[in-house]
Unconditional design. Structure first.
Length: 82
């Protein structure tokens, strides 16, 4: 029997686990501002009850999940609202 792939809408490299509908399964609490290229916000929905913040780094264009309760996460959320 074939193994199922990542859930629909999954972002490559971030939360590829099938058991979770959320995109993030681990979080970083700190990152230097100059390493951030792009920030994406995903708010709670029927698919995931958490607010998720995914950053793309300048170096190697890696995607990382930021803890929304961390100082960095709160700063990103506050600046998103402005």
């Amino acid at each position: 029997m074939a193994q199922p792939g990542p859930h629909p809408g999954a972002r490559p490299g971030v939360g590829d686990r099938i058991s979770s509908r959320c995109l993030c399964d681990s979080f970083i609490k700190e990152i230097r501002r100059n390493l951030i290229k792009k920030v994406e916000f995903f708010y709670p929905s029927v698919f995931c009850t958490r607010t998720e913040i995914i950053i793309t780094t300048n170096k190697k264009k890696k995607r990382k999940c930021v803890d929304p309760e961390s100082a960095v996460g709160k700063h990103l959320l506050a600046n998103k609202e402005k």
